[in-house]
Design a protein around this ligand. Sequence first.
Ligand code: PRX
Length: 657
Amino acid sequence: MTDGDATGAAIDVFGLEDRTFPPPALLAAAANVRDLSLYEEAERDPEAFWARQARELVTWQRDFDTVLEWDLPFAKWFVGGQLNISENCLDRHVAAGRGDRVAFHWEGEPGDTRTITYAELLADVQRFANVLKGLGVEKGDRVNIYMPMIPELPVAMLACARIGAPHSVVFGGFSAESLSDRINDAEAKVLVTADGGYRRGAPANLKGSADAACASSPSIEHVVVVRRTGEAVTMLEGRDHWWHDLMGAAGPTCPPEPLDSEHLLYLLYTSGTTAKPKGIMHTTGGYLTQVAFTHKNVFDLHDGDVYWCAADIGWVTGHSYIVYGPLANGATSVLYEGTPDTPGRDRWWDIIERYKVSILYCAPTAIRTFMKWGTAEPGKHDLSSLRVLGSVGEPINPEAWMWYREHIGGDQCPIVDTWWQTETGGIMISPLPGVTTTKPGSATFPLPGIGAEVVDDAGKAVDRGSGGYLTLTRPWPGMLRGIYGDPDRYRETYWSRFPGRYFAGDGAKLDDDGYLWLLGRVDDVMNVSGHRISTTEVESALVDHQEVAEAAVVGAKDETTGQAIVAFVTVKGGVATTRELGEELRHHVAHKIGPTARPKTVIFTDDLPKTRSGKIMRRLLRDVAEGRDLGDTTTLADPAVVEEIRRRAEAAPQDES
Ligand code: PRX
């Protein structure tokens, strides 16, 4: 801990809900999981349970010999097994006669649509796998992907998986610099991108950022560019190639490479408590087992369902629950490119009505936005096709949970509030819709095969009715295998705080009935609209600006986005703290990291409150930020704020560490 934020197990707990919602009888009667026997089986022998799931849900080219090798904190699952994920997601469905089934109903923001069957997806993936090979990509080589939400994005990922080239997808909203950092960390050979994508009714350029990134990423030998918007782009002779040209010239068949269960499938970078994002490593057999298992059972997937995860593939939710889980299970999904308010604020509800979506998975921040827009928007559409609603990315407040249930789910649909992380690979804590009685705002219980416990400062499990830190008590198949290139940071970040346990970084409470309530981060990580952003990363971006002397960043509670970024900044001597400078700093952060990291508010202060050992007292700053009515605009130097910080700093204990 870097300040006094988590000084004990005494995590403040809000008034908990007492409303309960049992599973709807009809759904429960036909659910994939109908009773508690799965939990009991998993509890008796977790390894045998996961081995059974692995053999039932996944097709292996060679069966595994050992379920788990656990050399804390390094796990190997299904050792000796060989498989190919793209074969699991595509070939086996086509071979079983389901080639005509729709994999993706894709809808572009301007309203253009494409329907892609499993057979078509397989054909494209094989061709693109050959394209990658033609560009010199070999098994083990890293490929970076920086794309909008278009079908070529899952095609590129699956093609990488087909030839055993780990992918590193970077969210299209990240800046050139963020992209370049990630390319350099992974030392990727090839970058797959697009001219741009549509956001809020207009083309958003990507190729320009990709070019800027490549200028400082010497490992990139080739760039493949999808034409999406048709906007003019610069193509560098010899390096840059159009997707359609290469695909037109590529061979149609590429057999799936047999890969070891522990072969690196992908890297996905996420924010930690330092400025350098971590390359989270996920491997093949265990990851696929967990995402297939959770996707099938948490969402109660049946033949005929139309499933829509409204996340971006650039985040882990999209990796696991748009691409790998749903495709492994042969699901039919909706894939939507754009924003929820283009052209109207009923875009999502229109999509649900037209495609008869039966399972919707989205983030609380979206739900709170829809609440603000009012019930008339969903009211314009027939949402009766929905049967299961999911939530992910941040704690869902009971009010949003109830609104989601009433106004989207017509009071009929169970809500599965799914807790997990980039690091966990798949869902860990969640109701199962056919068996779990839910409480609005609680993620309920660990899934079968998962061990989770709330512990106090000393690492002792807390009693019911108490709060503490969420830990995971045993390895799980989809767990991260490490941080790319940094095993020490892996051990230190996740496995050192509580010996023998994985420390998730989240506060949690166990209620009197044993339900888990997630309370948000306890470390220096903010959660803005379900996206993790490190305070340190934003602070580094701020002090990188020539006028800034020092900066401290906190996540303050925000009605819509969960947390909003508030930056306290002291400037260098003689610099005027103008509104323009505030705007410039917000822009600077967006430029350095990406628009999601743009501070909502910049507060100029003469000093930052510090402990005697020089640590910034973030808790105090958060109190100040949360106690104020913060607008979108920059708050100028404000003696009242400074006074407030000083007053509180003086009153606070002097050496919190
Ligand atoms: O704080 C928790 C919050 O999101 C963090 C993980 O963020 P990320 O790796 O970006 O993955 C997000 C999508 C899985 C967690 O440490 N979080 C995620 N889901 C929930 C949640 N907090 C409360 N309830 C959830 N359902």
